[in-house]
Design a protein around this ligand. Structure first.
Ligand code: ADP
Ligand code: MG
Length: 349
């Protein structure tokens, strides 16, 4: 653009458009894992197994025993904007009960990796199907012997987008992100058996029998599970949110905040106001720069929260932010007070 040259405006080719779009959905292995696990949960799976190699940079495999897909569905699933979850904008406005609905995850993942989908419909006598996609091109579709449900394998993520590949962090960091994602879905779905393997070693496996305590034990181990206290108070009169879950003893902490898990209407979200509410409830009983464990389910009327602040991030915005903060803080504080884990503090102004 130097020397007074006018910039030339031109249309991007399809391949470039696809790769730019892909970069927005798929930032790192953990984003692949998130999309695949959501698909498995949307497919009514009772069991979801996640296995990653080298933090997911070398391979991601998600296997489920969900409803599965027949040959046509497998073919369509990797096309652009194909979904079985909504059919029009009215469905969307009526509220979607599924985690996905945009119909772009498999398509975009396929554009930046080598993707294999194997699937067989649940409870039918149709055969299984295997489909391969490389860098956005379907290279093979064939009948395949496989159990009911779906397995999706993503190899060589970003093999055709080297600039993206360069932004990947160390294996350990990428794995931390994967672990955080799978952990959140495990905690949010105690009735689904969810497991995580890294380089062929089991990291955790939940039982899927519906107990939050048992799920916390599987995910975080005995020391943490035994330090957890139930949050289950009747909301105060006029409270804008009801709050249930588990929080840890003020001395069972970590130096990272990753263990403060909050779910709004059963969806994993991050919101500064929720984090602050939990920390404030401990009323100064936490050591400096230490964070407790919390698994909190906040229920609010659907029209009191906007979950679409950013389509792919997990941020939310509440109509009545200070009301939500009060409800969460008071629920957690009551639980800690009941157990004698904190002393009652002077009334807050
Ligand atoms: P979305 O989840 O937004 O619909 P995706 O690209 O993630 O879009 O998936 C496209 C479609 O493929 C889904 O709507 C669903 O019909 C099908 N599908 C994807 N993963 C699975 C799975 N694990 N089990 C059954 N069907 C699946
Ligand atoms: Mg999806």
């Amino acid at each position: 653009m130097s020397g007074g040259d006018r910039p030339t405006i031109r249309a991007l080719d399809d391949r470039t458009i696809r790769q730019i779009a892909a970069g927005e959905v798929v930032e790192r292995p953990a984003s692949v894992v998130k999309e695949l696990v959501e698909n498995s949960l949307d497919a009514d799976a009772n069991r979801v197994s996640v296995a990653v190699d080298a933090g997911g940079t070398e391979g991601v495999r998600v296997r489920d025993d969900g409803v599965g897909m027949d040959r046509d569905a497998v073919r369509m699933a990797v096309d652009e904007h194909t979904t079985s979850k909504i059919s029009d904008i009215e469905d969307l406005e009526a509220g979607v009960g599924t985690l996905g609905f945009r119909g772009e995850a498999l398509h975009t993942i396929g554009a930046v990796s080598r993707l294999t989908v194997r699937s067989k419909p649940r409870g039918g006598d149709e055969a299984g199907t295997e489909l391969r996609v490389e860098g956005g091109e379907v290279t093979d579709v064939r009948p395949a012997g496989c159990p009911e449900g779906t397995v999706v394998e993503v190899d060589d993520l970003f093999f055709n987008t080297p600039a993206r590949r360069k932004f990947l962090k160390t294996t350990a960091t990428e794995f931390d992100h994967v672990n955080t994602v799978v952990t959140q879905y495990a905690l949010a779905n105690p009735d689904v058996a969810i497991s995580l393997e890294h380089d062929d070693r089991e990291v955790f496996a939940t039982e899927g029998r519906g107990s939050l305590e048992a799920t916390v034990l599987s995910v975080y181990g005995r020391e943490v599970a035994e330090s957890m206290t139930r949050v289950d108070h009747e909301p105060d009169a006029g409270a804008v949110a009801s709050v249930t879950g588990l929080v840890s003893h003020p001395e069972t902490t970590r130096s990272a905040r990753d263990y403060l898990s909050t779910f709004v209407n059963d969806r994993y979200v991050t919101a500064r106001v929720l984090r602050e509410a939990v920390l404030d409830a401990y009323g100064g009983q936490l050591a400096a720069d230490r964070y407790p464990f919390a698994v909190l389910f906040v229920a609010v009327p659907p029209d009191a929260v906007d979950v679409n602040v950013h389509p792919r991030k997990m941020e939310v915005r509440f109509d009545d932010e200070s009301g939500v903060k009060r409800a969460v803080e008071s629920a957690v504080e009551s639980a800690l007070l009941d157990e004698g884990l904190i002393r009652s503090s002077a009334p807050r102004g």
